[in-house]
Write a protein that binds this ligand. Sequence first.
Ligand SMILES: O=C(O)CCC(=O)C(=O)O
Ligand SMILES: [Fe+2]
Length: 439
Amino acid sequence: MVCSPSGSAFSHHQEGCGVERGYLRLVEMPRYTLPTVVVLQMVTVGGFEDWLGHTISVKSRFCACRIAVLEFYLLWSSLCYNDNEEYRIGKIIGTLTSSHNWLLRTKTFQDERYKEREIMEQTIKFPVVNLSKLNGEERDQTMALINDACENWGFFEIVNHGLPYDLMDNVEKMTKEHYKKTMEQKFNDMLKSKGLEKLETEVEDVDWESTFYLRHLPQSNLYDIPDMSDEYRTAMKDFGKRLENLAENLLDQLCENLGLEKGYLKKMFHGTKGPSFGTKVSNYPPCPKPEMIKGLRAHTDAGGIILLFQDDKVSGLQLLKDGDWIDVPPLNHSIVINLGDQLEVITNGKYKSVMHRVVTQKEGNRMSIASFYNPGSDAEISPASSLASKETEYPSFVFDDYMKLYAGVKFQPKEPRFEAMRNATAVTELNPAASVETF
Ligand SMILES: O=C(O)CCC(=O)C(=O)O
Ligand SMILES: [Fe+2]
């Protein structure tokens, strides 16, 4: 009988190699970072038969729970003959983290872990939408899933969205190369100049990120950005165009769910010059003291709909749900969608923009490419009449006026912004701080 699952991912620690006897360590696999590190502690040590009837504790940063050894062994043995190691590890992590059934079958959670369990349960419920199902029998359920995500999360993740994977891989590769070549030194110089190398106290007015901005619409600035290779520009142009189409399709799906005519949102975003569409390319370098500084402080996005291509190896994006910060799980080749303040206004609060932030990580450089499909600067924004209540709660304004306000108060709650826009004279009372470059 096999004594224990083995393989490079599961290393049965040996005495003398610095790991206590009795532990199995599931090594962090770059592609599947959700549980970060799962440690399997064998309750007893010995032959496999000795383990049967016992439970092992599984610890991750989300939960600590127990699973019967037999159950774990069955799971493992159904996989260990598959030669594809990534597949095996993915399957195991998937089962340990993404299955409600597994959670239900899990015997007990320690009481003090209750909160962590709640957060984990929210994480595994994070809405993932298979967009290809919009063309098939499951269209209605898929539209309902999108609607639920817009009403209750302000966020969802899409897969099978039609963007070619090789383009995404190329964009990721070139963005990482570009960072190494032209941005990394600048970031390190910034740390020096701002005295952030030691991080002895909590920093609340700077973000641990390195960014640059590309504008696609109404006029592209792609060829004005220095230090980009022609190849990188071409890939970003193609990527931007495809995301623009995707954003417009998604807006129409939102219209359908909201009972608005097709094209309603696009038309409202149009103004006289068409929508504004831009991409913020970010890297979040490893940070020695993640507890002292955020990669990006908590905020809601000002604009319309945001499409985020995030690193599938290094996590960090979190959204605020019912008072808890929930991880937005990295998923290979997915696009994360979230709604900005304008959609909250137009839907009169039926959909909400949701606070999110990026936490820093001790290890790994996180790439994120966020594309913002926003109203044009002179677009007039107001709650859709069919969604407005008698006493319309949300204000009407010209988008640029909202952006001028937002630039100074991005990291403050959105409600005073809406209040200020309702009463234009109150705008100055918000006392905008230093302006931030944003879409
Ligand atoms: O980098 C990310 O994951 C999120 C970026 C973001 O929220 C923003 O730029 O507004
Ligand atoms: Fe954001």
